[in-house]
Design a protein around this ligand. Sequence first.
Ligand code: PEP
Ligand code: CO
Length: 402
Amino acid sequence: MAQNWSPASWQQHEARQQPVYADKAALDAATQELASYPTLIEPADARKLKAAIADAQAGRAFVLQGGDCAESFAEFSPANIDASFRLIMDMAGIMAARSGLPIVKIGRMAGQFAKPRSTEIEQKQGAGLPAYRGDIVNGIAFEEGSRAPDPARMFRAYAQAYATLARLGDLAEAEGADLYTSHEALLLPWEQALTRPEAEGAGRIYGTSAHLLWIGDRTRFPGSAHVEFARGLANPIGIKCGPSLDQATLVTLLDTLNPAREPGRITLISRMGAGRIGEALPPLLRAVRQEGHPILWSCDPMHGNTIKAANGYKTRPFGTILDEIRAFFEICAAEGAHPGGVHVEMTGQNVTECTGGAVPVTEQNLADRYHTHCDPRLNPGQALELAHLVADIMPRRKSQAA
Ligand code: PEP
Ligand code: CO
């Protein structure tokens, strides 16, 4: 096990993006109860995913990670779960057919509830209330009662994640496919409550809220409580890499999170923006190569390309999203790095949140079906179009040696 680490050691570090719960006793009671609940995922499956990511690093597979920016209690229904599952499978099918590679499928599902925000307090019409931090923390309605962080929401999140996993398990079994789950490990009291020692393990401890947990771009700074928490978990770990990440910080992160240089342990998710990836990504690829750290490089073409439309909607132009994907594969090729995955925000519902696409969503259409609780997602048409582009430019299966 990692030295001087415990599931609670993050509490001695700087934890950003955490809600302030008014009733500390209620928070402690909730997390203590959750700590006695069954795991959401099995450690053995997290281990399997780590091996699959190691395969993708070696060019024998490719990772597709996708789903909602924020799952919500309001959008929870079997129809929505089925539609997002279908979309992931269809995207994977397109990519597998062209490349000949197995696609490792990871949903941003069954636990993607907590969101980092750019402001603590949201101002509206002269009033200030705590920012919405995801349904596991507080409600999206701009009302005092709704915005107060409530630990009881963790139980509803647990129930929804459990039911979503059950449904996904049935769908995956019927399909004969594997689908793993992932989310940003942001809400640390919740994540700590769901850590468990491996049943027959060598003292390894797993985060059992999802197979893969990632650290967001806002919480991967040096000294971060989120990095400290992830350090001791045996799960595969993702790190979002935005334009402010420098080489030295990245190397320190990798040495901290993967001192044994275990293959499959770290996925670096580049989210630079189409306009900045050309200058921001190459230094990171070089630093990783120089240090010899085993990494799965993945591209999130969503989070660096968010703009505000003239009518006030937060959106992402689909053309810009595709530009970042193309740039990612070109830069990896130029730098001798292996591009092994993509990470997208999408939904199986026919929403109008990102502009553009073959059947274009216009700025005027955004209001029609804009349902996201956080960032704008691709609709199925856009997601499949993206899958075709990725299929065209992603690595191919190496022909078997004769
Ligand atoms: C996200 O994935 O929804 C997110 C907040 O990403 P990032 O940390 O890259 O900004
Ligand atoms: Co998002």
